[in-house]
Write a protein that binds this ligand. Structure first.
Ligand code: HEC
Length: 180
């Protein structure tokens, strides 16, 4: 595959997504993105879904670069531990490589396979925002609102974002990320 070959050539020095995940993420989020309930949220599902909307992509990139701090809810469980940022350790290429790998791992692939590829340019734009972990949390709140608005079905937008709990998936309970 030509495109893939070109990518390999230009980033031959860089680690691949699986290696980066092992090195920087697996210790908290688990070998298979399963997380630790109540401590580290799962990444086996949320990432693919988030990768399908621009605001979700911005949030994913920003979380890796700058960290995340604020209370969130995922699959009915509250998480409120800060995540450190890895923007100093990871290049724009690394972050794009990692996310392109992550968005098709496990059940992320269900949505993530159709999401556009992350590029180093896209990462660089987010890096320029120079956010705090609390600022990244505000991005998450924005994403939540948008994903709820877009969700078809009874009630439409507006439901689901209770009292600062980002990840309340009201009812339905499909075990997906924000708003199943
Ligand atoms: C030291 C532990 C730790 C490491 C290492 C870590 N994270 Fe996190 N991560 C967390 C915590 C804790 C949260 C929840 C933060 C909060 O509640 O504000 C989180 C949240 C996230 C979220 C948001 C999940 C959601 O459902 O909104 C994503 C995405 C994420 N991490 C990706 C990564 C990636 C990719 C890496 C590797 C580059 C990584 N994390 C490394 C602890 C970690």
């Amino acid at each position: 595959m030509l495109a893939g070959f070109g990518l390999t050539m230009s980033t031959a020095w860089a680690a691949d997504g699986a290696t980066l995940y092992q090195q920087y993420c697996a210790v908290c989020h688990g070998e298979n993105g399963e997380g630790v309930p109540g401590k580290y949220p799962a990444l086996n599902g949320p990432v693919g879904r988030l990768a399908t909307v621009p605001e979700g992509r911005e949030f994913l990139i920003a979380t890796i670069l700058f960290g995340l701090e604020g209370e969130l809810m995922q699959r009915g469980i509250v998480y409120n531990e800060p995540m450190p940022g890895y923007g100093a350790a990871l290049s724009d290429e690394d972050v794009a490589t990692l996310l392109n790998w992550l968005k098709v791992q496990w059940n992320n692939a269900r949505f993530g396979a159709q999401a556009p590829e992350f590029t180093p340019e896209e990462v660089a734009k987010v890096r320029a925002l120079n956010l705090t972990p609390q600022g990244v949390y505000e991005l998450l709140m924005k994403v939540e609102a948008i994903m709820h608005q877009n969700r078809p079905g009874p009630g439409g937008g507006g439901m689901g974002r209770g009292a600062g709990h980002g990840h309340q998936g009201q009812g339905q309970g499909q075990g997906q990320h924000n708003c199943p």
